[in-house]
Write a protein of this length. Structure first.
Length: 419
């Protein structure tokens, strides 16, 4: 009963924070922008395009729906949004498909729209609430696991620390980003290995493959390295052995888990290109170009940040920016509290726990998980440079979530010993 109450309470509070910013923990300006940022207009465009024709018009891709000849992407997206919430389907002059993702989330939204035929404002609210609630449930489940493993006090402290980290929640309701999918295998893995001490790996691989396909369907290959590394953390935490046989089995199992949904996703996306352009080759060329643009595009900082042009040669510009921004709403603290502070607190907590011989394996996998955000910042530096409004989120998948857990364990330990 206590677990159910904790789960329900945490879910409700997280949901209210994501959907309505009820506690003002998200900076007001960022929250207002997140209500309809440019990426989400691609979903709106897809919804209008499906209302204008069929779900798989233009390959079923998301995109910008143009109702005139003169608008750019940003202006066209806003006009499409205004038309959508006013239940209008304006003349379609053109449609600029966004071809780097399946856009599976928008395909599902469009099917829902056609089946239930609700007012568009209601539709949009339902889609956003679905994403808010999904993220809230998964974070609450993580805290239930923390409670089972480390006690109620550690769970409560972790909840409070997670709640003030607004980057986790900023786009939690977005119909485009669907941030909840990045926690699916991580949370499932924690409960799976907690229940099955002697793991049924066939079941594990089947469910994980399904969860991986859900991720690829909803958000394509966005933050792909972050997702792959983060998903392996429960496996390493519960199963790790420093033996050659372990490494071989780990690679083999996770290769199978990844390759099947990956191939299915790529094949479906190529089918979309076939519908859109009449050619599979166009899809292959586009996917190769999309990878290149995200990983190795040339960029330079504007004059205000020109000092970073030298640092970018060594990726230090990206690291400097992504450890230097504040993880707490500065409107409340009146000072910047950079991510570096949270990381340093994690280092101190790790040292204390290691010396006290407490949860050394958790400490180890936490610091292994730092490879997840760094893999994105380094391998996909162009994306990290351009998308400063969203990429801070990758810190939490699940590196900073685990750092928060280490800090909570340390604080709980200090409280107990101080009595």
């Amino acid at each position: 009963m206590k677990e159910k109450f904790i789960f329900l309470l945490f879910t409700i509070i997280f949901f209210l924070n994501i959907q309505f910013n009820l506690f003002h923990l998200i900076p007001r300006e960022k929250f207002e922008y997140s209500k309809l940022e440019e990426s989400e207009t691609l979903v709106i465009g897809k919804l209008l395009n499906s209302q204008h024709g069929s779900v798989f018009d233009d390959g079923g891709f998301t995109g910008t729906y143009y109702s005139d000849y003169i608008s750019g992407r940003k202006t066209g997206g806003k006009k499409a949004y205004e038309a959508y919430i006013n239940n209008k389907v304006p003349t379609k002059y053109s449609y600029d498909a966004y071809k780097s993702q399946i856009g599976g989330q928008a395909i599902l939204y469009s099917i829902f729209d056609k089946v239930f035929d609700l007012d568009n404002k209601i539709n949009l609210e339902i889609f956003r609430m679905f994403n808010s609630l999904s993220l809230s449930i998964l974070l609450a489940l993580f805290l239930v696991w923390v409670k089972r493993k480390f006690g109620i006090m550690t769970s409560v402290i972790s909840f409070l620390l997670i709640l003030v980290n607004y980057w986790i929640f900023l786009y939690g309701k977005s119909t485009w980003w669907c941030n909840w999918v990045y926690f699916l295998p991580f949370i499932y893995g924690l409960f799976f290995f907690e229940k099955y001490k002697s793991a049924n790996f066939r079941r594990y691989m089947i469910v994980f493959s399904t969860l991986f396909f859900i991720k690829f369907w909803f958000t394509g290959f966005e933050f792909i390295t972050v997702f792959l590394i983060g998903s392996s953390i429960p496996y390493l935490y519960y199963i790790f052995e420093n033996k050659l046989s372990f490494y071989v089995q780990f690679i083999k199992r996770h290769f199978i888990i990844t390759i099947i949904p990956l191939l299915l996703s790529v094949l479906f996306q190529l089918y979309q290109f076939k519908l859109l352009a009449g050619s599979f080759k166009a899809g292959i060329l586009h996917l190769a170009d999309a990878y290149s643009r995200r990983s190795s595009g040339d960029y330079f900082y504007e004059e205000k940040f020109s000092y970073l042009n030298q640092l970018k040669k060594y990726h230090l510009d990206i690291i400097t920016r992504y450890v230097g921004n504040s993880f707490i709403n500065e409107d409340l603290t009146f000072v910047k509290v950079p991510f570096l502070i949270l990381i340093i607190a994690g280092i101190i907590s790790s040292v204390i726990l290691f010396i006290k011989k407490r949860e050394r394996r958790l400490v180890a996998v936490t610091w292994f998980s730092i490879a997840a955000p760094f893999s994105w910042f380094i391998l996909f530096k162009e994306h990290a440079h351009i998308h400063k409004h969203i990429d801070f989120f990758v810190w939490y998948c699940p590196f900073l979530i685990l750092i928060i857990l280490l800090i909570s364990l340390t604080l709980n330990f200090v409280f107990k010993t101080a009595k």
